[in-house]
Design a protein around this ligand. Sequence first.
Ligand code: WTA
Length: 658
Amino acid sequence: MTQPSDQGPALDNLHTESRTFPPSAEFAAQANATSALYDDASADREAFWAAQADRLDWDTKWGQVLDWSDAPFAKWFVGGKLNVAYNCVDRHVESGHGDQVAIHWVGEPGDKRTITYNDLKREVSKAANALVSLGLETGDRVAIYMPMVPEAIFSILAVARLGATHSVVFAGFSAEALRTRIDDASAKIVITTDGQYRRGKPVSLKAAVDEAVAQTPSVTNVLVVRRTESEVDWVEGRDVWWHDVVDGQSEEHAPEAFDSEHPLFILYTSGTTGKPKGILHTAGGYLTQTAYTHHNVFDLKPDTDVYWCTADIGWVTGHSYIVYGPLANRVTQVVYEGTPNTPHEGRHWEIIQEYGVSIYYTAPTLIRTFMKWGDDIPAKYDLSSLRVLGSVGEPINPEAWIWYREHIGAGKAPIVDTWWQTETGAIMISPLPGVISTKPGSAQRPLPGIGAKVVDEQGVEVAHGGGGYLVLDQPWPSMLRGIWGDEQRFRDTYWSRFEKEGFYFAGDGAKYDADGDIWLLGRVDDVMNVSGHRISTTEVESALVSHPTVAEAAVVGASDPTTGQGIVAFVILRGGAGDSASGAEAIKALREHVAKEIGPIAKPRQIMVVPELPKTRSGKIMRRLLKDVAENRQVGDVTTLADSSVMDLISSGLKTTT
Ligand code: WTA
């Protein structure tokens, strides 16, 4: 079960922030959201969500809004039937918007594609027909391991259209990480590309699939999109080119309606153990809440806005706020394949200027990186089209928030700091632009229809000014429906800590300020947040100890001015630390090993070779003390250590090994 670690929420870091930015009268007058939403939701929550579900086209209307009788397994819009891809594509064509651009796609090398809703319908239908020709059936799982090319979006929608279940695996993950995810879900088909562009250079991607699939008996076919013209190995009978099997297919495909609770996707995320959790989302509730939040939090006007979410489809933000919510709302959006500094550090601003992007949604780590690159870079571009700015993935520090507002939002675009998780499926806590006065650094309040609270150890709500744990005290439509294949872990991880109260435990520390606004303070469990990516300390520790030179390892997330947290590892090498020259070699090899086991995003920022690790009498590693070392602080209370001299040994050992 999830135990808050000995680190505890960072309550010593309570911010005070008195600046608030009320919405302009002009913005408020045209905003999608009004304060009536809060009133409606509190008057009758289920009726409120029923009204939100009416944003979608249902083949069969639901009978009951919520069935919570089998809590914590929810059923939303019970008995309803719909096709998710039809809702994201076909219905916009049928309502006369086939010529509207759905996606302005920008490749990293500068190539471009414009995809209208007519195009999207054709491409998704062809891809669906191709998957059927490969033997895919409703309920099967498909792993998607692709860079940000349009075919990734076509694939996701084609799988959804068939009532199969996708599991998108971030293309920066290693072959080993892909293998475990394919295996866990017994995926039948893997969709990938020959290679992907990374900072201007093509790098192979299919090779990792070959390595993974060599050990995954469930996979019958690998469908490969040509992107970089990289050399690929080919397994006849298993591997098929996209242009061979998709291009010639019929452009017609009749969507079938599936149950509201039909599995839509699995997305793996790090937990407190080494094994990633396959978070399961289902069709009706998920699409309802992503569409509702996208409409109100980003104030989307489908006829005039150009929206851009900079996430990768490998993460939940890409699922909910590139694919499902936006397309359900008939968005026109930019999808960019590459990195923000390829070929230059003004790439994002150049794209915003070129396409007249009006809504921009990104992560604090990138905002801080932009700050570092310099104010003069965005200043060279015309960003006047921007009218709403969003932030997600980690707490945004007030300084970065103010910089974002001033330098990107011309001192007037409202900023929505959106708190949510892979598990919540959609945004849960955020100001509504045009309604709420925003406050730098605070995600502020639960959206209409959502119940969130800050509680103490006993589950009692804390007073304004107090801190504790963030919980969700009401079921919500896009809530996870479980962990793939592991019911017990689902109950233990999220529902056992406040079992008596029936609260969902989010794993985040939080506080209320004097106004009752919520401030997120970071994870309270052993999950790190590096550039908005969740990585578990245990996962990195297992990767390290799987290397033959490592006897023991402990990993902590140390605060980092750009990435939020950085991974710092303490390792005990077999046969002692060695001299400093071989130590440097060993450290390099270990960093590479972690990249190979998990992916480059999990490479430790720093590895320290130590003679011992600080442990309690029961053998639990005291990460809090290691965090003190990693953050160059005076080491805290050592009285619960089995051997209190260990910290001296570590500190003196460090002098010789770093
Ligand atoms: C953190 C990403 C503060 C939080 C959508 C959460 C945030 C974890 C915010 C989920 C925010 C996300 N302010 N912290 N606005 N948004 N987080 O599953 O710790 O990749 O538990 O989902 O990111 O990360 P995940």
